[in-house]
Design a protein around this ligand. Structure first.
Ligand SMILES: [Zn+2]
Ligand SMILES: [Zn+2]
Length: 448
């Protein structure tokens, strides 16, 4: 066992370019040869991003590559609540008796006009669901994730004497809209292809240089709850507010008052966020409108704080309307959008510890950092099913140019992050480390 684990760590180290010892003869060493091809694949994906629900070509490319690597592949997995088909991909590789490991990569891009200036930048424009023209950009690095999955698939297919069990590789659509994992589960992905014993994933990050990975045990990413609030009033002439009920003033009070939910109603030892990210009301300076619509996001690590925030929002909205004298039939409408809910991403501590040991073996202890939880959200946790039935773990993959990262750090700054038009992963070292890390983690977990 020790010898085999050591061999695996060394093979992964070769892949990561950490060592050039005689282990270069090991199967994984061949994979260094696939790096230029992987970089090309990445650049191709990067310049052809597809929005959530539209990942047709990305999914098809992934399916072709997994088939070429020897996997049994199924496409068009997933069904959304409106009945439309999703572009989920499942690739299976059975290799004797052992556990089943799910490795997930998400594939969708964001409605952002890319401004990185790289030669392979996206120039794609499309219409969003509302019919507006938008740019499309892999601003969250899901092209990195898809490419790393391809590299990992190839690596593991050539290392079958180092692992035992079943690999279940998942290309997931619609992460950014938080409905892709749910769509795959609703399409009975586990009933059809087997229920995994554990699930792992990685996500790239601007918070680490390429070559470095980050690990968090326990709650790693917060739950996300979308809440819509409509403040309703009674419209009228801007010169005669006494004849109406002004929803703009009520919305202003509401936005200020809900800042005290986190600071005064919720337990400060249990972090949470409430943000109003969108507000619309009115058409002209001298008209009091009938209503103001707001879109809120709530991030929490516990069901308790999530509920405190939802209840607080309902009370504040209603209380402000009552104080303004709004009639009962014009009370605010507060809607919790369950279809956009993402649960807490809870990295199973035991699974995370095993993954971390594998990462240290592959990359060296100095390249594996203990990270803090963040208030961002992910839908990967859905693959763990309710009540954390299946242990899951996601780790961070540093994606920034090390020299630029060090310069920014020295200046006390960050490089542009995910979801910005300047987010720029450095392809080769990021992909190399991603494949080495994911391959090592998979081999460590796929032991009888
Ligand atoms: Zn994202
Ligand atoms: Zn993402």
């Amino acid at each position: 066992m020790y010898t085999s684990m050591k061999a695996v760590a060394m093979s992964a180290a070769v892949l990561a370019g950490v060592s050039t010892s005689s282990w270069a003869q090991q199967p994984a060493a061949n994979l260094d040869g696939q790096l230029p091809g992987l970089v090309e694949t990445y650049k191709g994906l990067h310049s052809h991003p597809e929005l959530s629900h539209h990942e047709e070509h990305t999914a098809s490319l992934l399916a072709v590559e997994l088939r070429k690597a020897g996997y049994t592949v199924a496409e068009h997995i997933g069904r959304y609540p409106d009945g439309s088909q999703a572009f989920g991909v499942v690739g299976l590789l059975k290799n004797g008796v052992g556990p089943t490991l799910l490795i997930r990569a998400d594939m969708d891009a964001l409605p952002i006009v890319e401004e990185t200036g790289v030669t392979y930048a996206s120039r794609v424009r499309t219409k969003n669901a509302a019919g507006q023209e938008v740019g499309v950009m892999h601003a969250c690095g899901h092209d990195v994730h898809t490419t790393v999955l391809i590299g990992t698939a190839r690596a593991l297919a050539t290392m079958k004497d180092h692992w035992h069990g079943t690999l279940m590789l998942v290309g997931q659509p619609a992460e950014e809209t938080i409905d892709g994992a749910k769509a795959m589960l609703a399409d009975h992905v586990y009933e059809r292809f087997g229920t995994p014993d554990m699930a792992i994933a990685l996500h790239d990050t601007y918070l680490h240089a390429a070559g470095t990975v980050g690990v968090v045990a326990g709650p790693a990413l917060a739950s996300s709850t979308s809440i819509d609030v409509t403040m309703r009033g009674i419209g009228g002439h801007g010169s005669a507010p006494q004849l109406g009920k002004d929803p703009i003033v009520m919305a202003a009070e509401f936005i200020n008052q809900i800042q005290t939910i986190v600071s005064r109603q919720e337990d400060p030892r249990d972090p949470a966020v409430v943000t109003v990210g969108d507000i619309h009301g009115g058409t002209k300076r001298n008209i009091i409108p009938d209503e103001v619509k707001m879109e809120l996001t709530n991030r929490s690590f516990s069901d308790k704080s999530r509920q405190i925030i939802i209840d607080g929002i309902r009370r504040s909205a209603r209380g402000i309307a009552i104080a303004a004298g709004v009639p009962e039939d014009r009370m605010p409408i507060v809607t919790v959008r369950d279809e956009e809910y993402a649960p807490v991403l809870y990295n199973d501590p035991a699974l995370t510890a095993r993954v971390k040991t594998a990462l240290v073996g592959a990359l060296g202890a100095g390249k594996v950092v203990d990270d803090q939880p963040i208030m961002g959200s992910e839908d990967f946790g859905n693959f763990g099913l309710d009540n954390r039935k299946i242990p899951v773990a996601m780790f961070w993959l540093g994606a920034m140019d090390p020299a630029r990262f060090a310069a920014a750090e020295a200046a006390g700054k960050f490089l542009p992050g995910m979801h910005t038009n300047h987010f720029e992963p450095l392809p080769e070292p990021t992909l190399k480390t991603g494949v080495a890390a994911m391959t090592a983690a998979a081999v460590a977990l796929l032991q009888p």
